[in-house]
Design a protein around this ligand. Structure first.
Ligand SMILES: [Zn+2]
Length: 392
């Protein structure tokens, strides 16, 4: 096969998305994911019935589509996040009346979230949670340092689980063969998650911090980072969320400084950082560029994060992220060398998935004319050696 002197890398991943749980949204984002070379996506909470429709329609998890996993309903406290989002018919409840409607709402309980306030409630709901066949368990923690103070007041919208339930949920999930990923907002939430046995952090705290806030609330302790490294906990940085809603220059600078401090220490400790956007209707391109712009990692390290560590975290049982015999014949062809120029990761001239050329590829027209690519390709040495390659 002639790949026109391109550079070959494994396809990219998105470790944190909410995009494939309705026919409408899946239709909207799928071509963009494939065009951007993002074949693997981890659903970090979804509307369970909507996800089932998408799967049934064959819009994901086929050779020609994005491969996705689903956490389905996330486990949270009474009125916790993401109930505030999923029960809202407005973008986010702001007035007292809107908050009241959301608090009274229960429509998406068991669909997009499960409210759990005790071990007994967990026990009662657990069979149903597993019956939805999630690929992972998502839990929500939010300012766990204030959990007791908050619950003694009015019902709090947008909070999370009782931190004391975390080890219990983790034990049940692990017994069912499922990993646990946690939404976290603060350094204390990270502490609760890492000591509670969580496998993956859904965020790096502080992406919404203001410049006038004390950054200590979001600065991870060295001990917690060391424990995360020791336990093999991975972290979805979702760092680009810092630039959402046009923040002031001062706020953005404070967030970037905090993120850089945390990420440098996580990297030094050996914690794997995953590329995931958490942006509705977008893929992980902006997140990858934002992380690269923090200048913490080399281009090679960034590529490993995006095209090897993220995909293999989403699909740990599959042979992904390597170009060798026995591995899935899925790869991207870049026009230029991404080790020299990061922007080259977006200049994709050809896309292959499971031995087939994807139609969104500009070279698909060549395939139509020549018939090349109608058979699965071997990635044995003879094939690979015909073009210059960057293997990661
Ligand atoms: Zn999310």
């Amino acid at each position: 096969m002639d790949l026109h002197g391109g550079y070959v890398v494994p396809p990219y991943g998105d470790a944190h998305e909410h995009n494939f749980d309705s026919l409408q949204m899946t239709r909207k984002v799928s071509a963009q994911y494939l065009k951007d070379g993002i074949y693997y996506a981890q659903g970090m909470t979804d509307v369970t019935s909507g996800a089932a429709e998408v799967v049934k329609a064959g819009m994901v998890n086929t050779p020609a589509t994005v491969d996705v996993t689903y956490a389905h309903g996330g486990l949270t406290g009474i009125n916790g996040h993401p109930k505030d989002v999923y029960e809202s018919i407005f973008y986010y409840p702001r007035t007292d009346m809107q908050r009241k409607l959301v608090i009274e709402g229960e429509k998406m309980e068991g669909e997009a979230y499960w409210q759990i306030d005790s071990a007994a409630t967990l026990e009662a709901k657990w069979t149903k949670i597993l019956a939805a066949k999630p690929d992972l368990i998502k839990i929500y923690l939010g300012e766990t340092e204030n959990f007791k103070a908050y619950t003694n007041d009015e019902p709090r919208l947008g909070g999370g689980l009782d931190p004391e339930l975390v080890p219990l949920i983790v034990a049940k999930a692990h017994a069912a063969g499922l990993k646990v990923a946690a939404h976290i907002d603060t350094a204390h939430d990270f502490h609760v998650a890492v000591t509670g046995g969580v496998d993956e952090m859904g965020h790096l705290p502080g992406y919404g911090m203001s410049a006038t806030e004390d950054a200590a609330k979001y600065r991870l302790s060295d001990q917690d980072i060391a424990l995360a490294a020791k336990r093999g906990v991975k972290l979805q940085a979702t760092a680009e969320l810092a630039s959402e809603y046009s923040p002031s220059a001062a706020d953005l600078a404070a967030r970037r400084a905090l993120q850089t401090d945390n990420l440098k220490r996580l990297k030094a400790a050996g914690v794997v950082v995953l590329v995931g956007s958490d942006r509705y209707s977008q893929d992980s391109v902006a997140e990858a560029d934002y992380l690269q712009g923090l200048q913490i990692w080399t281009n090679l390290e960034m590529l490993r994060m995006w095209s090897v560590q993220t995909p293999e975290t989403v699909f740990p049982k599959r042979k992904l992220g390597e170009l060798k015999e026995g591995y899935e014949a899925s790869f991207l062809v870049l026009k230029e060398n991404p080790l020299e120029n990061w922007a080259a990761v977006h200049q994709i001239v050809d896309r292959w998935k499971l031995g087939q050329r994807l139609e969104v590829s500009p070279l698909a027209a060549v395939q139509a004319a020549t018939g090349v690519g109608s058979q699965p390709v071997s990635l044995g040495g003879a094939v690979v050696s015909v073009f210059e390659s960057a293997f990661f």
